[in-house]
Design a protein around this ligand. Structure first.
Ligand code: AMP
Ligand code: MG
Length: 324
């Protein structure tokens, strides 16, 4: 199958109208989507990504008025979150309507909903004129794509169309919040920090990594964000020696005794978030088997970056032990 890359939301939407998958840009990462009410096409998303079927999808809407087609707003704090953060990188988990097929929610009675804040992505959703179920447009387990070329690298030949909207400006996935209980609970850290959400709903909390294991958000258990290289998280102490062929990304300069083939010192935590996944892919393209990543402090976006680093390191630990 040939994969067309287009800048036109209207052109991309014609593929959806023909019952075919399209990858599209959002401010977090690129997604690969199908109409939320088309279970047959949604199953294709799981096939092309190799995504486990117990990992539910986020439904993307182009306008707030479409929320009620998919889910209900169960309480006042959810309304406050939606008013404050839609459109934006926040996903709310709410009770679903009967119209949502099981394949979207992995059989759960809740659904995850988000309204992206990206001009091209929004124009596409509006042109499709339906809510779109969409996971990130990478092969399952790999780093999320933040450019059309990263989508092409993973899904080229598997999907017919990629809509180009430039580099995703956040670069990390949305914050996922469970809105079904007495107060909101962050299930996945992301672009909005706990503190930002607490400014709107002070009772908002975040589950610990341990609690997550027994919890409602099935997808968080699967292998995630792993490039074809070993990710080493540097936390507090620099490793005594660096591997010869390696990359480094972080908020601090490398100490003078350390050398890497590819070094990216980020100006701020936003840049770190924006470039992390594409840095992984760049190291991969250059054949660098080890990637050192300096753990940022956990304020603001730092929490989401640290979460992605920990998961990427855990998922790539096998590669390093196999290489030894
Ligand atoms: P992805 O689209 O790959 O970035 O992943 C979507 C995230 O949303 C995963 O962490 C899912 O587990 C989570 N998610 C989607 N639907 C639900 C739901 N109904 N309840 C809890 N978590 C969900
Ligand atoms: Mg994903």
């Amino acid at each position: 199958m040939e994969t067309l890359v287009t800048d036109s939301p209207a052109h991309a939407a014609t593929f959806v109208a023909d019952g075919r998958l399209v990858a599209f840009p959002t401010e977090t990462v690129y997604g690969v989507g199908a109409p939320a009410f088309n279970p047959h096409l949604i199953r294709r998303i799981f096939d092309v990504k190799g995504r486990p079927s117990d990992n539910p999808l986020i439904v993307h809407i182009g306008r707030k008025a479409d929320f009620g087609l998919i889910g209900s707003i169960p309480n006042d704090y959810t309304k406050a979150l939606v008013d404050a953060f839609f459109p934006g990188p926040l996903t709310v988990v709410v009770p679903r309507t009967g119209a949502v097929p099981d394949v979207v929610t992995a059989g759960l009675d809740t659904v995850a909903i988000r309204m992206p804040d990206h001009p091209v992505g929004r124009a596409f959703l509006l042109a499709c004129d339906t809510p779109m179920a969409a996971p990130s447009a990478n092969l399952s387990g790999r780093p999320s794509p933040t450019t059309w070329s990263a989508v092409l690298q993973d899904l080229g030949g598997r999907i017919p169309c990629i809509l180009n909207g430039g580099r995703s400006k956040v670069g990390l996935e949305s914050t996922v919040v469970d809105c079904t209980g007495d107060s909101p609970v962050i299930l996945r850290s992301g672009a909005y920090s706990l503190r930002e959400l607490q400014k709107v709903v002070p009772t908002c909390t975040q589950v610990s990594q341990d609690e997550l294991t027994s919890l409602k958000s099935p997808g968080v258990h699967h292998k995630h964000y792993a490039p074809n290289a070993t990710v080493v998280v540097v936390n507090g102490e620099w490793p005594p020696a660096f591997e010869r062929k390696s990359g480094y990304i972080g908020l601090e300069q490398l100490p003078p005794d350390k050398e890497c083939d590819l070094v990216h010192v980020c100006a701020d935590v936003e840049e770190y978030g924006r470039l992390l996944f594409s840095f992984f892919r760049e190291c991969e393209d250059r054949g660098l088997p080890t990637i050192y990543c300096l753990k940022p402090s956990l304020d603001g976006l730092g929490m989401a970056i640290a979460d992605r680093l920990t998961r990427a390191a855990a998922a790539t630990a096998d590669i390093s032990s196999a290489a030894r």
